[in-house]
Design a protein around this ligand. Structure first.
Ligand code: ADP
Ligand code: MG
Length: 231
């Protein structure tokens, strides 16, 4: 069985319709969507060892089917610069999650490379009952959440459709370096949109997908959080 069907199968067995971040990122990676290097760790030693291998700074996140919005419950700790900081954050995350939900099932703690701060964009996919999967693009934070400044296209999309999705959002000038904003690698975003299109077309069992956020640089882009909901 392929890596992807194995992940779907495991979720089905556990009666989860929600994939954990490392599962979603493994699937994205199989489709050439760049994601932060990561490992699911089961104890502080494993966490510090992977952090040492990866290099600092790193990010720690809770991996639990009972925590969907990790940041809101203190389940994400950013910018850890030493093994002492990793140790401390590891324990803090577990305390925070227990406070939020004492019986939360904990799979482990995700250690991952910290992507340098930059412009954040969002790529999503949802299913339209009539037209099937549709792709979404927008800039992160207030642009999507408050201003609803997003572009949609029915999948599968072509390269020029992917380019249009990016240029048609009102916030597009920000990606072009408006008022000193960092320039964004548009081609890297186009690639991610095309690969996401292929992923959802190949896997009709995906009901919703959310790459939120993707950090975009002058050269390249990287997904720092991924969520997948299954039918
Ligand atoms: P949530 O489940 O709450 O959406 P995220 O994994 O998206 O949690 O983390 C919350 C925020 O922390 C992200 O929106 C992003 O700004 C930042 N972040 C998360 N992971 C990383 C990372 N690996 N590198 C840099 N920033 C990150
Ligand atoms: Mg997120």
């Amino acid at each position: 069985m392929g890596k992807i069907s194995q992940i779907f199968e495991e979720a089905r067995k556990e009666e989860r319709n929600y994939l954990l971040e490392p599962e979603a990122k493994t699937i994205c990676s199989e489709y050439g969507i760049p994601v932060t290097k990561f490992r699911v760790t089961k104890n502080v030693e494993e966490a510090t060892q992977f952090a040492e291998e990866t290099g600092y700074p790193v990010v720690l996140k809770i991996v639990s089917p009972d925590v969907i919005h990790k940041f809101d419950v203190g389940g994400v700790i950013l910018n850890l610069k030493s093994s002492e900081e990793v140790r401390d954050a590891y324990n803090r995350i577990l305390v925070n999650v227990k406070k939020y939900k004492p019986d939360a099932k904990i799979v482990g703690v995700l250690v991952q490379e910290m992507a340098p701060p930059s412009t954040e964009v969002i790529v999503g996919a949802t299913k339209d009952p009539q037209f099937g999967p549709a792709l979404m693009f927008g800039l992160g934070g207030i642009f999507v959440e408050v201003l609803k400044d997003v572009a949609f296209r029915i999948a599968p999309i072509t390269k020029s459709e992917a380019q249009e999705m990016i240029t048609e959002v009102k916030a597009y000038p920000i990606l072009r370096g408006y008022r000193g904003q960092p320039l964004a690698d548009i081609n890297a975003i186009v690639e991610i949109l095309l690969n996401t299109s292929k992923l959802v077309m190949d896997h009709p069992e995906i009901k919703e997908l959310d790459l939120n956020p993707i950090m975009v640089y002058e050269k390249g882009a990287i997904t720092v959080d991924a969520r997948i909901i299954l039918e």
